[in-house]
Ligand binder design. Structure first.
Ligand code: ZN
Length: 214
């Protein structure tokens, strides 16, 4: 028997794009404006720019005051990333999810002062968490997935220096989705092969893609 073709894993795609972004840090318009000379302290959050990067620590005596990129993004209300937690499950577990997100943010911020949650909002799309950086969304999405399982999809927008992470509760969507011929999804691999449309995983993945693009 021919092995079933495996579908692309959204987590892996997200990892690759995040790695690329890490290698090219100056894609970020908020970082790219210019390299700061000397020491600088952010008057808003107290982060210190020292030896070429923003960090927490003692304010050097000669430090100038200038807002850090994270505080500038917050002031401009322009997130670098967003995590959307879709569906009723996210609503029902809102407090737990927000607590989880805040814990992840606190752990991240120790080493990376510019990686922060900007805001959490209830929207028609779901619970939306905005961040000041492109790395925290993946961390938040993976923490929610570890705690509640479900599906994670990540998309890195090269042109806009922006990461979008979408999380959906376990069992999301499959029962409601129909293919172009109006047929319900098939969960058995054998019946799927009879239909000739790949593995159940691929079928679900391509439908999700159809939904997103449509
Ligand atoms: Zn700041």
């Amino acid at each position: 028997m021919k092995p079933l073709q495996s579908a692309p894993k959204p987590e892996l795609a997200g990892r690759r794009t995040a790695d690329r972004a890490r290698r090219e840090p100056f894609l970020d318009p908020y970082q790219a404006r210019r390299k700061l000379k000397g020491s600088t302290v952010c008057p808003k959050c107290g982060a210190v720019y020292h030896h070429g990067r923003w960090q927490w620590g003692q304010r050097p005596d000669d430090a100038r005051a200038e807002p850090c990129p994270a505080c500038r993004r917050i002031a401009d209300a322009l997130p670098a990333g967003t995590v959307t937690l879709h569906g009723a499950f996210a609503q029902q577990h809102k407090e737990e999810i927000i607590g989880l997100a805040r814990n992840e943010e606190a752990a991240e911020k120790v080493e990376h002062p510019l990686n922060r949650i900007m805001g959490i909002a209830d929207t028609p799309e779901g619970l939306v968490i905005d961040t000041t950086d492109i790395h925290l969304p993946r961390r938040l999405g993976e923490a929610v997935k570890r705690a509640f399982h479900g599906n994670l999809a990540m998309h890195f927008d090269d042109a806009g220096y922006f990461v979008r992470v979408d999380w959906r509760a376990p069992g999301w969507a499959a029962p409601r989705i129909r293919d172009r011929a109006g047929r319900a999804p098939v969960r058995s691999a054998r019946r799927l092969r009879q239909r000739g449309c790949g593995s159940p995983h691929r079928q679900a993945w391509s439908r999700r893609r159809d939904l997103r693009s449509g």
